[in-house]
Design a protein around this ligand. Structure first.
Ligand SMILES: Nc1ncnc2c1ncn2[C@@H]1O[C@H](COP(=O)(O)OP(=O)(O)O)[C@@H](O)[C@H]1O
Ligand SMILES: [Mg+2]
Length: 221
């Protein structure tokens, strides 16, 4: 099992109000599976992604990643999990604006202490795999939305993670460009065995995955 959650629950306090973002979620994702999580806005999808990605911590319940229980109190182990096990892809691409495409991909490898010559080599290899060799020295503002998302996917792959967490990766793209991004995700799953969780509110997007999980008011249906 790549991902396993038990009774995963998350509350946010909003002034006096308690917002239930996730409630008793039991979810298993096998290694090399590609699943989508679909649900309306506010149903808890991003909260689930942030907790599985060790960016946020649960109010109650447990998460295991690649067979090990996540210790949400141990910050240095969370940093290592995020760096080595997980790659993130966001709706808004989130590239560093002052860095070129190649530098954006090299950046996570810097934190992983990869020697600089290897960083450059791997960044160029990843750019090639997403079809952007000729955009290596472009800044994000000099790239289309689809190209930015391909750079972001290459960046997510920089440290060769087992698990890719994608939050509405096609949400800011037209449907044709979105399709090339989904094709790329599927290719990473089929050819490289990456485990992928794809969050969306779009049924057509969801159905590109092997399994669709639906979430409503913080609960899996
Ligand atoms: N930091 C936060 N503080 C308070 N409430 C939050 C916070 N983040 C999310 N929520 C609430 O939790 C619920 C789930 O949000 P979210 O996971 O972002 O949903 P989705 O990604 O499905 O749109 C929503 O009601 C949202 O308003
Ligand atoms: Mg969201």
């Amino acid at each position: 099992m790549m991902v396993n959650t038990m009774d995963l629950t998350k509350y946010y306090s909003q002034g006096k109000e308690k917002v239930v973002a996730l409630e008793g979620v039991n979810l298993t994702i096998e290694e090399s599976e590609i699943i989508s999580v679909i649900g309306p806005s506010g149903s808890g999808k991003s909260t689930l992604l942030y907790i599985l990605g060790c960016i946020d911590s649960p109010s109650r319940g447990e998460v295991s990643l690649n067979g090990s229980r996540v210790d949400f109190k141990n910050n240095s182990s969370l940093v290592l999990l995020r760096r080595k096990l997980i790659g993130f892809v966001f709706q808004t691409f989130n590239l560093m604006p002052a860095m070129t495409a190649a530098q954006n991909i090299e950046y996570p490898m810097y934190f992983n202490k990869t020697p600089w010559i290897k960083r450059r080599e791997r960044a160029m290899m990843l750019l090639e795999s997403v079809g952007l060799t000729n955009r290596a020295n472009h800044l994000p503002t000099e790239l289309s939305g689809g190209e930015q998302q391909r750079v972001a996917i290459a960046r997510a792959l920089a440290n060769d993670p087992m698990l890719i967490l994608a939050d509405e990766p096609t949400g800011n793209l037209d449907s044709k460009t979105g399709k090339t991004i989904l094709d790329l995700m599927r290719r990473l799953n089929k050819e490289e065995g990456k485990t992928i969780m794809l969050i969306t509110h779009d049924m057509d997007v969801a159905h590109t995955a092997d399994r669709v999980i639906s979430i409503m008011d913080g609960r899996i249906q």
